[in-house]
Design a protein around this ligand. Structure first.
Ligand code: UD1
Length: 426
């Protein structure tokens, strides 16, 4: 028996939602804790399923991981195993982020190859090529990637073909303990990577150029214990802002840095949604009708692919035709099929979606196709006529802390219900 989320549309939201710490930052901070021969204390940890999986990955390699509310304490002094097994990596692809830190710390890593994920084929060739350039020998055998560098890693000049978030992070975490200097060009610049750099620096790493596309790492012999607070989750904040745009009289979202959402806020403005920014508080209300807009996803500071489904839900009820172009992932439009079941008029042509706005969506039983698509279905349900039941919610629980509680807290008619349907994990 799994759980589903039931939403009755049409309620007006009002109040304040506090966002949690950023999922896409904390998972990397936890992996980085492997690098310190001692305690790492991380505050602002969202209690989501992906964090539990990363904790389990760390425990399997011998780390002691404890949670006290939103604080994680990770003792990596007794890390002895170098293997991230398939049962965990297949549950969460971000487990491959232990590859770089393990090779850097132990000179060896054995990490299961991540399986297919339902937002398109997500390769790791850039991670592996970069590690090879740092001197690791890489072999792929029996579904595992084996990396070894018995004499340690050495600095290198690495040019990424694409500014991959995960590859930039894996290589940063490998380079901090390498001999000499590493330069990563065409590096990803996401705020979560900048937060990882802040944590690594607190541990004693020597890194320049954070937030730019050329990051320089001067290797140090060892890293020490550090304490760090994770940045607020810009994607959760963006998700809640779209909830407000769809259904709020006045909704304030606090705890994320509005400068991390610059393009999202500007696109909301173009769509006729005004967001008032006051420090880390952003306040939004529902416009009469949305204006149609064109959106194209790109690596940061471009429009985030992780906000694409939420915008599709919003534009589905706009006054005209919008075009959404997905440039980061292949096949990230499965969500459109579910939204069509709610009455949306969407045509997919390759990596482009043409969204023809309709007057109203109508509630329906749907299934979360992935994390962000799942959240977007909940948002669509807030504005739809009648009842929407979202199944396969394990996707949503991977990355949103208490989505149901937070929305119910501002007046949404949303609740957990039992569902007899299950599904495979990604
Ligand atoms: C991270 C985020 C995810 C977000 C994505 C893009 C985490 C845990 N996840 O995922 O929420 O949607 O960034 O902002 O932080 N690629 C290659 N070869 C590689 C690596 C990537 O071809 O070696 C391709 C992928 O197939 C994909 C694109 O690059 O099409 C982007 O991937 P990447 O930036 O690496 O995303 P993730 O780190 O997996």
């Amino acid at each position: 028996m799994s759980r589903a989320i039931r939403i009755v549309g049409g309620r007006s939201l009002s109040g304040t939602i506090a966002v949690s710490g950023a999922k896409n930052a904390v998972l990397k901070h936890m992996a980085a804790a492997i690098l310190a021969d001692g305690l790492s204390i991380i505050h602002g940890v969202p209690r989501i399923a992906d964090v539990e999986v990363m904790a389990e990955v760390l425990r399997r390699i011998g780390a002691d991981v404890r949670f006290d509310g939103h604080t994680a304490t990770i003792d990596a002094s007794s890390v002895s195993s170098y293997e991230a097994p398939y049962d965990l990596v297949s549950t969460m692809r971000a487990s491959i982020l232990v590859l770089g830190p393990l090779v850097a710390r132990l000179g060896r890593a054995r990490v299961a190859m991540p399986g297919g994920c339902n937002i398109g084929s997500r390769k790791i060739d850039l991670h592996l090529k970069g590690l090879q350039q740092l001197g690791a020998e890489i072999r792929g055998e029996h579904g595992y990637i084996e990396a070894s560098a018995p004499r340690g890693l050495s600095g290198a000049h690495i040019f990424l073909d694409f500014p991959s978030v995960g590859a930039t992070e894996n290589l940063l975490m490998a380079a901090v303990l390498a001999r000499g200097t590493t330069v990563i060009e065409n590096a990803a610049r996401e705020p979560e990577i900048q937060d990882l750099v802040r944590f690594l620096r607190a541990m004693g790493a020597d890194i320049e150029g954070s937030g730019t596309s050329t990051v320089t790492v001067h290797g140090v012999p060892e890293l020490r214990s550090a304490e760090h607070t994770v940045i607020g989750d810009r994607i959760e904040a963006g998700t809640m802002l779209v909830a407000g745009a769809l259904a709020a009289e006045s909704l304030t979202v606090e705890g994320a840095d509005p400068s991390h959402l610059e393009l999202v806020l500007s696109k909301m403005h173009d769509a006729g949604v005004e967001v008032l920014v006051d420090g880390t508080r952003m306040t939004v209300s529902r416009p009469e009708r949305f204006r149609p807009i064109d959106v194209a996803t790109l690596p940061y500071p471009g429009f985030p692919t992780d906000m694409q489904p939420q915008f599709m839900a919003m534009l589905a009820v706009a006054d005209g035709d919008s075009v959404i172009t997905e440039n980061v992932f292949e096949s990230r439009f499965m969500f459109a099929d579910e939204l069509r079941r709610m009455g949306a008029d969407i045509t997919i042509e390759g990596h482009r979606a043409v969204v023809r706005g309709v007057e109203r969506l109508s509630g329906a039983p749907v299934k979360a196709p992935d994390l962000r698509g799942g959240a977007a279905l909940v948002l669509a349900g807030l504005a739809a006529d009648g009842e929407t039941v979202v199944g396969d919610t394990y996707h949503i629980e991977r990355g949103y802390e208490d989505l149901v509680g937070k929305l119910a807290g501002v007046g949404a008619a949303v609740e957990w219900v039992e569902s007899t349907e299950g599904g495979a994990s990604c």
